[in-house]
Design a protein around this ligand. Structure first.
Ligand code: ADP
Length: 380
């Protein structure tokens, strides 16, 4: 009975079954009850004095019996004609309904199969306003989301390949030059090769971190702690680097800042990224300031620099993966374009926000993050 698995046949059989049951019930009812009215009418015409057997006997013989048999034959015939008409109608209705239901379902099945095989540009074009149209719209939305994800995956693959190839090509070129004797084994040459190797290693580490962040697998262990401690600790690490470029690093941290509820290591990671960028994009003799202030249920930390700034058209994209305002400049200065994306993941994972402000090129940039404060302890 494999054919019964098809919706088309199920519809047809259910229609036929309904009709058959209806006809059988009508036939049986007619057989059992058709004569009864005549019998029931008898006492009214015959009077109360006669016995029951005496009353029924004349009714079941002679002209009355013929009338009853004829009546039943007419009922049977009518029912058979009605059954035939109903069956014919059921066949046409089944065909019509199955065209309206089964064919769109077949189309939707075909589209989902093609989507499953990676043809994400496929869309359904059902023209109706019923539940099937809703299903069709949902499938189209799913296809669009899959297509977008696929585009992002391909873009990431292209970006990663490109980023990895650049330092590798440099290292390969230097090594070939050294082997061929075209480049002299000078200390500076080895330093350059090492620099590229370090960059490659950093890129791979950042990519691993990014993939964990995007998969939502970053381990974050928030706990109550003093934000000033973390900021001071990071600032200490950066002081010598800023001093080397004659960039002043100022801290403005109020004493009465509330305790925050965040992962100190992850917070440090975010601050290191923001300060590295400030250092990278601020020319010598510039200035960088770190400030913190309470803001409702958060503490807002800002890192402002007097550096090269960011043009308004770049601001909305600055946290996108591999986004760099000036690729050549960043390549020279070693930027990967992943740092801010990771920072954003880390901030979001801790329930905070991150955003940037800049008045434009050469007007500096300010990065803000918020981190939640500890819940005030309930009053006992
Ligand atoms: P990168 O490693 O390239 O710095 P990020 O994700 O940290 O990667 O930054 C993305 C881009 O944002 C940078 O390439 C740079 O163009 C821009 N940017 C980040 N910080 C600053 C800043 N302080 N001043 C100006 N531009 C910045």
């Amino acid at each position: 009975m494999t054919w019964l698995r098809h919706l088309r046949w199920k519809l047809f059989v259910s229609h036929v079954l309904t009709i058959v049951v209806g006809v059988v019930v009508l036939l049986l009812t007619a057989h059992f009850l058709a004569g009864t009215p005549l019998v029931q009418e008898a006492p009214l015409t015959l009077g109360a004095a006669a016995s029951e057997a005496d009353q029924v006997a004349p009714l079941l013989s002679g002209p009355n019996l013929n009338q009853s048999v004829r009546f039943q034959a007419v009922v049977d015939q009518s029912l058979l004609i009605a059954a035939f008409a109903a069956l014919t109608t059921a066949t046409f209705i089944s065909l019509f309904v199955s065209r309206r239901v089964v064919e769109p379902l077949q189309e939707l099945t075909a589209i989902s199969r093609r989507l499953a095989h990676g043809y994400y540009h496929e869309r359904t074009h059902l023209q109706s306003d019923d539940e099937l149209a809703d299903l069709s719209r949902s499938i189209n939305q799913l296809a669009a989301a899959l297509e977008q994800t696929e585009h992002r995956r391909l873009a990431l693959l292209a970006d990663v390949t490109h980023e990895l190839r650049t330092p590798l090509t440099t290292i390969e070129g230097y090594m070939e030059g050294l082997i061929d004797g075209v480049i002299l084994p000078h200390e500076r040459t080895f330093a350059l090769v090492q620099h590229e190797a370090v960059r490659l290693k950093r890129l791979i580490e950042e990519l691993a971190l990014l993939s964990r962040a995007e998969a939502g697998e970053l381990s974050i262990t928030p706990r109550p702690h003093e934000i000033c401690q973390t900021i001071n600790h990071v600032a200490e690490q950066f002081h010598p680097l800023f001093a080397a470029q004659q960039i002043t690093l100022c801290l403005d941290l109020p004493n009465d800042l509330p305790q925050i509820y965040a992962d100190p290591d992850r917070l440090e990671q975010i601050l290191i990224n923001l300060l590295s960028n400030a250092l990278r994009y601020t020319p010598d003799s510039g200035g960088v300031a770190i400030t913190a202030r309470p803001l409702d249920y958060y503490v807002q930390i800002s890192v402002a620099d007097s550096g090269i700034g960011i043009a308004p058209e770049h601001l909305p994209h600055i946290f996108e993966r591999f986004y760099r305002v000036d690729k050549s400049r960043n390549r020279r200065s070693g930027g990967t374009g992943i740092g801010l994306t990771i920072s954003r993941h880390l901030v979001y994972a801790q329930g905070g926000e991150i955003w940037v402000e800049s008045a434009g090129p050469d007007k500096g940039a300010t990065f803000h993050i918020t981190v939640p404060i500890c819940e005030p302890s309930p009053v006992v």
